[in-house]
Design a protein around this ligand. Structure first.
Ligand SMILES: [Zn+2]
Length: 146
């Protein structure tokens, strides 16, 4: 993948009142996810009701940006033609340190991705907007826990 991702002609997100805090944070290069004020668990994707306890008191909080690659796929034939110039590229299921899993674009590392790779949030300009992509934490550059 050597294309400038920001030149891709990709479809943008459908932003609703429910998802706006996520997209506003993403535009600033940050990752915010919901946390349930009743059971304390983190929630992703954005929802009006906690999937763990059905509580309705969900608050937006900044995520650590740390995660683990749970699974991934190398995409050779994108579902939307706007992504073709970037193919092949990797999308992965990222298990966030807070618990929830999110689907995300995985930036290339020094070697091909492997399940269980440590990942770090890497806000990336893609198709004219900043998206919360992830990149591998390379061996030897592991960050110490905060
Ligand atoms: Zn809850």
């Amino acid at each position: 993948m050597s294309v400038d991702l920001n030149t891709l002609k990709t479809a943008g997100p459908t932003i609703t009142a429910l998802t706006r805090p996520f997209w506003d944070a993403a535009a600033e290069g940050r990752l915010k996810i919901q946390h349930c004020e009743d059971c304390g668990k983190a929630v992703f994707y954005p929802r009006p009701i906690c999937p763990h306890c059905w509580g309705r008191r969900l608050a937006w909080k900044e995520a650590s940006g740390r995660g683990r690659l749970k699974s991934f796929s190398e995409v050779h034939k994108p579902g939307h033609p706007g992504w073709l110039p970037a193919a092949p590229y990797v999308v992965g299921l990222v298990e966030l340190a807070e618990g929830p899993t999110m689907l995300s674009f995985i930036l290339p590392g020094l070697r091909p991705p492997r399940v269980d790779d440590a990942l770090r949030l890497a806000p990336t300009d893609i198709g004219g907007r900043v998206l919360p992509a992830f990149k591998p934490v390379e061996t030897g550059t592991e960050e110490k826990p905060e």
